[in-house]
Write a protein that binds this ligand. Structure first.
Ligand code: SF4
Ligand code: MG
Length: 329
């Protein structure tokens, strides 16, 4: 396995400005607060957590759509977190993003052909090649060249997401950051789009970071999953291991909310007390302590770091979970 992307202590703090004639910084929303993970070539890393936990901001900070406040992002070994201008533009050929609301990201005054062609124009692809690629990709995502002279409003949500996917593929990216790509779609359509994304991953050798709050969708598509809470990763591991053997109390609570398909199997739902605290004044110590059913005195003062908690590089950040040190092979 080769590491394609490595994110190291990534932070994005949005300053909060106070009133007055000269606004001054009075605090910061710590949307992403020290996130580290790596993505292997060809895999899908699921990024889950409640809305407001920093998943989307993490995705955007990787691509430099918003500048990270701190930390590094290595793509194929090169730090891309501070790239600007032409170098950043070039990078965007390798890393693409697809959004939750394809409607908002498709220009309503452009035809589908113009929309899909646009990234190729920016990279100076010759016209003939552009036209051929539009036809090929439209067919490949389940639409047809017959659709290319239409406008975004003439399509359904699922079709618009297919157009967004086609556009992302035009420049042959390695990595696609998928920011809740199916959350706005009907359940039946979600499955079709997820299946399409899996087929395309194979055909085009793609690596995905798949951001979502729906744990069932993430289970289906991911190889590994990282769980975020208030701007931090609290647990990460291989998908089946993490879903069957969650170690962090927050992951346990999230997973307990997935409806059980087998009616004979009883599942106890862990209800979390209280609301998600504000990311501008996160709790001290373990950020989850205000809602954790197992919180102890040390949790209020000491911040837990990610550590190995089971075989296969399964990590969690909780004081009560025992560290497991794997024997060297
Ligand atoms: Fe709960 Fe403490 Fe573990 Fe945080 S460190 S998840 S508060 S038990
Ligand atoms: Mg989001």
């Amino acid at each position: 396995m080769t590491t394609l992307l490595e994110v190291n202590n990534l932070k994005k703090h949005f300053p909060i400005k106070g009133g007055g004639i000269i606004p001054r910084k009075v605090g910061a929303v710590k949307a992403v607060d020290g996130v580290s993970f790596s993505v292997q070539k060809g895999e899908t890393l699921g990024l889950v957590g409640e809305s407001g936990c920093g998943k989307s901001t993490t995705g955007r900070a990787i691509l430099n759509l918003i500048n990270p406040s701190e930390g590094e992002v290595f793509y194929k070994g090169e730090d891309i977190s501070k790239l600007k201008g032409e170098k950043l533009r070039k990078l965007r050929q390798n890393i693409q993003i697809i959004f939750q609301d394809p409607y908002a990201s498709l220009n309503p005054r452009m035809t589908v052909e113009q929309i899909i062609e646009e990234p190729m124009k920016a990279f100076n692809t010759p016209k003939k090649e552009r036209k051929e690629k539009v036809d090929y990709l439209l067919n490949r995502v389940g639409l047809s060249s017959y659709h290319k002279h239409r406008y975004p409003h003439q399509f359904s949500g699922g079709q618009r997401q297919r157009i967004g996917i086609a556009r992302a593929l035009t420049v042959n990216p390695d990595l696609i950051i998928c920011d809740e790509p199916v959350s706005a779609l009907d359940v039946s359509i979600q499955a079709q789009v997820v299946n399409l994304m899996e087929d395309l991953q194979e055909e085009f050798n793609l690596t995905y970071i798949f951001i979502a709050h729906d744990l069932s969708v993430v289970h289906h598509i991911s190889d590994r999953v990282a769980v975020m809470y208030l701007g931090e990763i609290v647990e990460v591991g291989e998908v089946d291991e993490l879903y069957s053997n969650p170690k962090h109390p927050y992951t346990q609570a999230l997973l307990s909310a997935i409806p059980e398909a087998n009616p004979h199997k009883k599942k106890e739902r862990i209800m979390l007390e209280g609301d998600l605290p504000s990311p501008s004044i996160p709790p001290e110590g373990c950020k989850f302590h205000t809602r954790c059913p197992f919180a102890e005195e040390q949790c209020r003062v000491k911040h837990p770091e990610l550590k190995s908690v089971a075989a296969g590089d399964h990590q969690a950040a909780c004081h009560l979970v025992k560290e497991v040190v794997e024997a060297p092979v």
